[in-house]
Design a protein. Structure first.
Length: 243
């Protein structure tokens, strides 16, 4: 059993699921564009397990991950979103899961026999999630275990796309561990928040993990002029790493 006490620096908020609440918004259209660009790489390289991460906390990584999962599901993919941020989970709050203590950590410590036992429906067609579950004392050890590799392999057999919401790379080793066992990694960088040094250090760390870096999403982009298109002054831009 895991202890009930959770150590956090600040309250963890749910992600803004604007692809559901504002499906016709410009922000949703930008996420669709990001989804399309990722789809090209996915088809070209036969990518089934994709991870999103960031250099540090508060970059908007979980918000982008959740909304991308929705849009891939809307496009007809059978998607499972895995909350592998075992220290600062958000997926259960975002999708209002009634039983968040049945999740990934329970599976990794063998409280359940297969991954499908810890999946939760979201009310969104084609989208299933696995919350992180109870906070463990040893996240890195669990994520580096053979059990985690088996979980991802099982999910790959049951879904068209596995999307992993991973921890930031620089504060802990968890993200590097996951980067080595997924098919591709997307880095989220927040404008006017992430330093160039942090991005460079993150790239080095991912390369050391032999990660397949698919590209970068620039988050919270401030658009100069008349508050951007249709009144929005922020957005998301995707760039592959070949550029």
């Amino acid at each position: 059993m895991f202890g009930k006490k959770k150590t956090t620096i600040e309250p963890i908020q749910a992600a803004n699921l604007f692809t559901v609440t504002e499906p016709m918004s410009v922000l949703t259209e930008q996420i669709k564009t990001v989804r399309t660009n990722i789809s090209f790489a996915q088809e070209a390289q036969n990518l089934r397990k994709i991870m999103l991460t960031s250099a540090t906390a508060s970059e908007g990584k979980s918000t982008i991950t959740a909304n991308l999962a929705v849009e891939f599901a809307n496009a007809g993919k059978r998607v499972v979103l895995v909350d592998a941020d075992l220290r600062r989970s958000t997926v259960n709050r975002t999708f209002k899961i009634a039983d968040p203590n049945r999740g990934l950590t329970n599976l990794l410590v063998h409280q359940y026999h297969n991954a499908m036992e810890v999946t939760h429906e979201t009310g969104i067609a084609n989208l299933t999630i696995i919350p992180s579950g109870p906070t463990p004392p040893n996240p890195a050890e669990l994520l580096s275990s053979q059990a985690m590799s088996r979980v991802l392999a099982e999910l790959e057999r049951n879904f068209d796309l596995v999307i992993v919401d991973a921890p930031p790379i620089l504060p802990v080793t968890d993200g590097q561990i996951l980067a080595s066992i997924v098919d591709g990694v997307i880095l989220v960088v927040r404008q006017n928040h992430t330093t160039k040094a942090a991005v460079k250090d993150t790239k080095v760390a991912l390369e050391q993990a032999h990660a397949n870096i698919l590209g970068v999403i620039l988050n919270d982009v401030k658009v100069k002029g008349a508050d951007g298109y249709y009144g929005y002054g922020q957005g998301y831009y995707y760039s592959d790493t070949e550029k």
